[in-house]
Design a protein around this ligand. Structure first.
Ligand code: SF4
Ligand code: SF4
Length: 214
């Protein structure tokens, strides 16, 4: 075990906000995939709308993956078995995730493993509140957009009218995001901090927060 200085950078890009950690490039798991070895990304309405507006090629890339779970307004790209664990289908041994940060879904943009535990730092309280707000904001937006598509009789499960789905999805998303909430408007665009944490290696570097026992 050794202490390590870790740089954490918060990026406020509204619904596409993300947290960047320099340690991920040399993840203490030392398995070439870190937390991406245990996750299957789920793209919800706001993610899909953003991709449809800015990167249709990435939307096509998602739809072209095998082992998708497609619900009315979300798509899960299920991971694949890789050795003794799994690997996200967007993770490459050389270079990690093939998606740039703003095109990832929210867990991938917000997740930071428990060993870094930035939420316990007092000076980062405004960012904790910011990302808590974003989580709720995004969930309610996703629900409203999904409801609107459902009322129009559109579902991603039906491949025949998928373009109609995408067209209405973009329109509702743009309407719903016209007003930027104060929490987003008032938070700095970017801030960088340094934390010192003890590192543990291999499976001793935990990936998931444990639920508190009652
Ligand atoms: S486990 Fe932690 S250090 Fe490793 S890639 Fe994930 S967030 Fe980064
Ligand atoms: S989409 Fe990218 S960040 Fe998310 S789990 Fe897959 S490789 Fe990791």
């Amino acid at each position: 075990m050794a202490d390590k200085e870790i740089r954490i950078t918060f990026h406020n890009s509204g619904l596409r906000s993300y947290i960047e950690v320099d340690l991920c490039r040399e993840c203490p798991r030392q398995d070439g995939k870190g937390c991406c070895g245990h996750y299957s990304p789920v793209f919800y309405a706001t993610d899909l709308a953003y991709l449809a507006l800015h990167r249709t090629d990435l939307l096509d890339l998602i739809f072209s993956q095998s082992h998708l779970t497609i619900l009315d307004a979300s798509i899960t790209v299920n991971n694949e078995i890789d050795g003794a664990s799994y690997r996200c289908r967007f993770h490459k041994v050389d270079g990690g995730c093939v998606l740039e940060q703003q095109y990832r879904e929210s867990v991938c943009r917000h997740f930071v493993c428990p060993g870094i535990a930035w939420q316990q730092e007092e000076e980062l309280e405004s960012w904790r509140q910011f990302f808590d707000f974003l989580e709720d904001y995004e969930i309610s937006l996703n629900e409203r957009i999904a409801e609107r598509l459902k009322r129009a009789g559109l579902t991603l499960r039906n491949t025949d009218n998928r373009q109609e789905f995408i067209d209405l999805l973009k329109e509702v998303y743009l309407n719903e995001t016209q007003v930027v909430p104060d929490v987003i408007a008032n938070q700095p665009k970017e801030q960088e901090f340094y934390l010192v944490r003890p590192l543990y290696y291999g499976e001793d570097w935990e990936l998931f927060y444990k639920a508190h026992k009652q």
